[in-house]
Design a protein around this ligand. Sequence first.
Ligand code: HPA
Length: 271
Amino acid sequence: MIEKVKAACAFLRERIPSSPESAVILGSGLGFFADSLEGRTVISYEEIPNWPLSTAPGHGGRLVYGRLGDRDVLVMQGRVHYYEGYPMEQVVFPVRVLGEFGVKNLVITNASGGVDTALSPGDIVLLEDHINFMGANPLRGPDTPGWNDRFPDMTRCYDEEFTAAFEAAAAAEGVPVRRGVYFAFSGPSFETPAEIRMARTLGATVVGMSTVPEAITANAMGLRVCALSCVANAAAGMTMNTLTGQEVLDEMAKTSEKLIRLLNRFFKEMR
Ligand code: HPA
């Protein structure tokens, strides 16, 4: 795998003129943020050697490099999920490449279901922790010396300073945010009401089908990670509604404007 990562990295070095310290992964229906970068270089995922291609609706397939304020940023417009059938090492391949490319800071975004009864669609939750209920860990497999510890600490997976910086950005933008715990199911079926009650009992604030593999891998590689979860719907059993993927995308289209403002301010004020 490390050779495949190095090949992707070598390709990106030819196309990208600098070595950005920060990267963003955009979740379902949140792709518009990449349009706010200046001086963009757009690379289709198909061009990058070994890069997994997303089959999920609402996920573009482009890596966008550009400037935000005076900072260079790499933005992943679209990701692959475990539920698409990719093995975990493929799901986190892009994170491996970003780390190898020299990225130090990773902002992960996602769409989620609200488990906490106080949440409504459109709310934004900054992850302070997660519960990995996917039944798989992206670091499973032969140990690759030099890549990450065999047993990486997960006590501070989500960087406190970045999370506080997002809170400050949110206050300045007048966007309410709160902190919470993300509970990851593998999907692709939505959860049952009983599963949501279980998740709530176990301390979940939101549920989703992404982010955790990426956060584990980035944390293990020594990147500073923070994650913003955009609540698309009340989780299963909390309303009379049936859940659809389309509803998630429609809600995200509405939330993306707020999220873009937060990301812009965060990067412009980042020290
Ligand atoms: N469950 C899991 N993933 C999701 C949901 C949900 O309710 N909404 C958006 N992504």
